[in-house]
Design a protein around this ligand. Structure first.
Ligand code: NAP
Length: 315
C-alpha cells in the first residue's frame, strides 16, 4: 500500500473507459477496476448487446463487444492500468480514499464511480429456480439458443427494451407474446408500432407473470389479468425479463448520497457526488437517458471534473 493513485475508476463500460481515456491523456495514470460479477464479463451492458446502431461514428453499426474492445484498447493505449477484479468495499470517510479488491487495499486521491446498472427481475421463486433454464434477462445473449428456436416465448415489460427484445426474438421464435402489467406503454411509439406490425408478436396487456412453470426447463407461464383477475396458463419455452435496470451501488450505500432508487446523486450538471473528490458517471447516476453515448459523455465530464479537482486539492 505504498503508492497513492491519483484516480481510481471503478467500472469498465463506456463511462468508465471514457473517463480513463481522458484522465490517462491528462497524465493522471488512472487505475481501473473492471469487475465481472454483475454481467459475467467486464465491459458493462454493451457486452451483452449485439448491434449498436446509434453510437455516433458508426454509420453501419458496431457490435457491443467490438465497441467495448475498442474503448478498452484506447484506454490502455494512453496508459490506463486495468485490473480485472471486482471491488469489494470502499472507504470514503477520509482521503486518500481506500478501495478493497481481492483482499488488497488500494488508495487514491480521487475516485470515479462508473459501475453502471444491472437487469431487474420479477422477483418470484420460479424465476430464480429456472434462471438460464429458459429464463433470461438478455434476449440478445440467449435468444438465438437452439432451446428457443421455433418455440413460443414470452417477453415481460412495456418499455423500449421489451419491444426491442421481442422484435429480436421474433427472428428465431415461432411466436413472441409481450406481457405487460398495464395497457399503456413506456416504450416509444415507433418501437411499439414496430412490434405491433410484426405478425409473430402478440400482446397480453394488464397482465403479469404469476408463476413460471417447469421442473428442469421452462415449459410455460401462469398469467394473471390484473383487471379481471382471470388466471390462465400458456405453454412457452422461454421467459425474457425486460423490466428495466437497477444501479450497481451496493458497495456505496451509506458512503455516498444515493437517491430513493439507489442511483448515485450528482450535483447539478457536474459529476460531483456528496463526497468531495468522488465523482460518478454513466448509468450508475443516470436513471433518465441510460445510453452508451450519454454514459460516455458523462465519463468525459467526470474526467475533467477530476482533473480540475485534483489540481486544486491534491497533495
Ligand atoms: P423502462 O423504460 O424502465 O421500462 C420497464 C418496463 O418494465 C415498464 O414498462 C414497467 O412497467 C415494466 N416493469 C417494471 N417492473 C416490473 C415488474 N416488477 N413486473 C412487471 N413489469 C415491470 O426500462 P427499459 O425498457 O429497459 O428501458 C430503459 C431505457 O433504455 C429507456 O430510456 C429506454 O428508452 C432505453 N432503451 C432504448 C432502446 C432503443 O431506443 N433502441 C432500447 C432499449 C432501451 P410500467 O410501465 O408499468 O412501469
Amino acid at each position: 500500500m505504498s503508492t497513492v493513485e491519483n484516480v481510481i475508476i471503478i467500472g469498465s463500460g463506456p463511462a468508465g473507459h471514457t473517463a480513463a481515456i481522458y484522465t490517462a491523456r491528462a497524465n493522471l495514470r488512472p487505475l481501473m477496476f473492471e469487475g465481472f460479477s454483475t454481467g459475467g464479463v467486464p465491459g458493462g451492458q454493451l457486452m451483452i448487446t449485439t448491434e449498436v446502431e446509434n453510437f455516433p461514428g458508426f454509420p453501419t453499426g458496431i457490435s457491443g463487444p467490438e465497441l467495448m474492445t475498442a474503448l478498452r484498447t484506447q484506454s490502455e493505449k494512453f496508459g490506463t492500468r486495468i485490473l480485472t477484479q471486482d471491488v469489494e468495499s470502499v472507504d470514503l470517510s477520509a482521503r486518500p480514499f481506500k478501495v478493497v479488491s481481492d483482499g488488497q487495499t488500494y488508495e487514491a486521491q480521487a475516485l470515479i464511480i462508473a459501475t453502471g446498472a444491472s437487469a431487474r427481475y420479477i422477483g418470484i421463486d420460479s424465476e430464480k429456480r429456472l434462471m438460464n433454464r429458459g429464463v433470461s434477462a438478455c434476449a440478445t445473449c440467449d435468444g438465438a439458443l437452439p432451446v428457443f428456436r421455433n418455440k413460443e416465448l414470452v417477453v415481460v415489460g412495456g418499455g423500449d427494451s421489451a419491444m426491442e427484445e421481442a422484435s429480436f426474438l421474433a427472428r428465431f421464435a415461432s411466436k413472441v407474446t409481450i406481457v405487460h402489467r398495464r395497457a399503456e406503454f413506456r416504450a416509444s411509439k415507433i418501437m411499439v408500432d414496430r412490434a405491433h406490425s410484426n405478425p409473430k408478436i402478440a400482446f397480453e396487456l394488464d397482465a403479469v407473470v404469476e408463476e413460471i412453470l417447469g421442473k428442469e426447463q421452462v415449459t410455460g407461464v401462469r398469467l394473471k389479468n390484473v383487471k379481471t383477475g382471470k388466471v390462465w396458463e400458456k405453454a412457452v419455452a422461454g421467459v425474457f425479463v425486460a423490466i428495466g435496470h437497477s444501479p450497481n451501488t451496493s458497495i456505496f450505500q451509506g458512503k455516498v448520497a444515493l437517491d430513493e432508487k439507489g442511483y448515485v446523486q450528482t450535483r447539478g450538471k457536474s459529476t460531483y457526488t456528496s463526497v468531495d473528490g468522488v465523482f460518478a458517471c454513466g448509468d450508475v447516476q443516470d436513471p433518465t437517458y441510460r445510453q452508451a453515448i450519454s454514459a460516455a459523455g458523462s465519463g468525459c465530464q467526470a474526467a475533467i471534473d477530476t482533473e480540475r479537482w485534483l489540481e486544486a486539492h491534491a497533495h
